[in-house]
Design a protein around this ligand. Structure first.
Ligand code: DQA
Length: 146
C-alpha cells in the first residue's frame, strides 16, 4: 500500500481559533478527519502530523525517507516564507512533495507571496481551504499511475 505523510506547520493546530475570517471556523481535528474520510477505502495510508517547531518538521520529513513514504503534502505555515532548512529537507529526501495553503497567500501581505519551500515541491496549491489537501493527495496518487 502506498503511504503519504501530511505535515502541518506552526499554528495550524489553532484552526477554528486563529483568524477565523481567513481560516474558517473548522478546527484542526475536523480538517484531519475530513482528509482521512476522503481517502478511506482508497488503498492508501495517510499519516497526518502537526508541529510548531521547525526541527521537528525536518525530523518528520527525514523519517519519511527512512520509512520509504511515497509522497508528502506539506503546509509549512509561516515557515513557508523563510525556512531554507525545510526547503533543504524536502530536497534531501527526493519524495514528491506538494505544498498546500488554506488561504490565498498571493492575495495577502507581501511577505506571504514568497515561498522559499515551493521550489523544492512539485506543486503549490493555495486558497482552496481544506479541499487543497484533498487535491494535493489526489495529485500524488495520480503521479503513481504514470
Ligand atoms: C498558511 C499561510 C501562511 O502564510 C501562514 O503563516 C499560515 C497558514 C495557510 O495555510 O494559508 O500559518 O500556510
Amino acid at each position: 500500500m502506498k503511504k503519504i505523510f501530511i505535515i502541518n506547520g506552526p499554528n495550524l493546530n489553532f484552526l477554528g481559533i486563529r483568524e477565523t475570517g481567513i481560516y474558517g471556523n473548522d478546527n484542526y481535528d475536523s480538517l484531519c478527519s475530513y482528509i482521512q474520510e476522503k481517502f478511506r477505502d482508497k488503498n492508501i495510508k495517510i499519516e497526518i502530523f502537526q508541529s510548531n517547531y521547525e526541527g521537528r518538521i525536518i525530523d518528520i520529513i527525514q523519517n519519511a525517507y527512512y520509512e520509504k513514504i511515497d509522497g508528502i503534502v506539506i503546509n509549512p505555515g509561516a515557515y513557508t516564507h523563510y525556512s531554507y532548512a525545510i526547503h533543504d529537507a524536502i530536497k534531501s529526501v527526493s519524495i514528491p512533495t506538494v505544498e498546500v495553503h488554506l488561504s490565498d497567500i498571493h492575495k495577502r501581505e507581501d511577505f506571504r507571496k514568497i515561498s522559499v519551500t515551493a521550489p523544492a515541491c512539485v506543486l503549490q496549491i493555495y486558497g482552496k481551504g481544506k479541499e487543497g489537501y484533498v487535491e494535493a493527495v489526489e495529485y500524488i496518487i495520480k503521479s503513481f499511475e504514470k
